[in-house]
Design a protein around this ligand. Structure first.
Ligand code: ADP
Ligand code: MG
Length: 293
């Protein structure tokens, strides 16, 4: 039979928006040393907005945005939706691209009028060994220093320009991080975004440790790294990318608006998008399991 205290705390958890799928997860939460949050869609709203467009010499900004939207038109990634939305808001004519290919953790590729176009982040630039014109580099560095995400648009190996996107930090994230730290729990963050972007968000939230430019397949390795230091890890994530990390952590917590895949590998699902629910879990776990002894 389920011990009464556990039955009660599972019900209390549900009331706090925390769905316990694996009861061990709630018990283990009491012993967790570090909570590792995925940044995008977890600590931030996950709905980036297009802020700026910058171009290489001889490229028209509207044309750059239209091309970017054409390449992104088939992608479900939030940055893709923001680019398509921005092009639509500016009433741009978006040409029809083809042969859409998603390059996991890096960007997307498509063809248009015999050209191969790419849109993507820092990992893509490295992979294509693309050289950014100095004037453009100065602009995009400024964006990154401000914490914006930068995506470059390329035609073959040539950089045509870049767009900046900003993904606002959830106000609740600030409270969640501070309160976890007050309870003696370390807070870390993992993201595929550029180092500068990650650093700006981490500084804003006063996060203890940051893993940036982490490819999706490597997120679970960061969990393992923390574990190798003797730390018990709770991982909070939303995306398909986060599933192996959720599965590897002592406690895997999928955030509510996330994908079904992430939900399956998690021991806990948060009903909403509020990171403070993680705090409720720590408190419930500590209170419930104290009562047993
Ligand atoms: P995260 O959840 O941290 O954003 P992802 O693996 O989804 O991690 O993406 C990692 C990085 O790859 C993004 O920050 C972005 O730079 C790039 N990227 C992924 N998908 C796209 C896309 N559709 N268009 C452009 N860039 C993309
Ligand atoms: Mg994600």
């Amino acid at each position: 039979a389920i011990p009464l205290v556990i039955a009660i705390s599972t019900e209390q958890a549900a009331r706090a928006g925390v769905l316990i799928k694996n009861r061990m997860a709630l018990e283990r939460m009491r012993t967790v040393d570090v909570v590792l949050f995925d940044k995008t869609g977890t600590l931030t709203t996950g709905e980036p907005e297009l802020m700026d467009v910058a171009v290489a010499e001889g490229v028209d900004p509207d044309e750059l945005l239209a091309l970017a939207a054409a390449v992104e038109s088939d992608s479900e990634h939030p940055v893709a939706r923001a680019i398509v939305r921005a092009a639509r808001d500016r009433n741009l004519v978006v040409p029809a691209a083809g042969s859409f290919t998603s390059l996991t953790g890096r960007g997307v590729r498509a063809t248009l009028d015999g050209r191969t176009l790419h849109v993507g982040g820092p990992a893509l630039l490295r992979e294509l060994a693309a050289v950014e014109p100095p004037a453009l580099a100065a602009v995009t560095r400024g964006w990154m220093d401000r914490g914006a995400a930068v995506l470059h648009v390329l035609d073959g190996g040539r950089i045509l320009g870049a767009v900046s996107l900003e993904d606002a930090v959830r106000p609740e994230s600030r409270q969640a991080v501070a309160a976890l730290q007050n309870r003696g729990v370390k807070v870390a963050m993992v993201t595929g975004d550029a180092r500068q972007v990650a650093r700006a968000v981490a500084a804003d939230l006063r996060i203890d440790e940051v893993f940036a430019e982490v490819l999706p397949a490597d997120k679970d390795k960061k969990v393992a790294e923390l574990q190798a230091r003797g730390l018990k890890v709770a991982m909070v994530g939303d995306g398909v990318n986060d599933s192996p990390a959720l599965a590897r952590a002592e406690v895997g917590i999928a955030i509510g608006a996330g994908t079904d895949v992430a939900m399956e590998s998690a021991g806990v699902v948060l009903a909403g998008n509020d990171p403070r629910a993680v705090l409720s879990m720590v408190d419930l776990s500590r209170a419930s399991y104290r009562k047993m002894w």
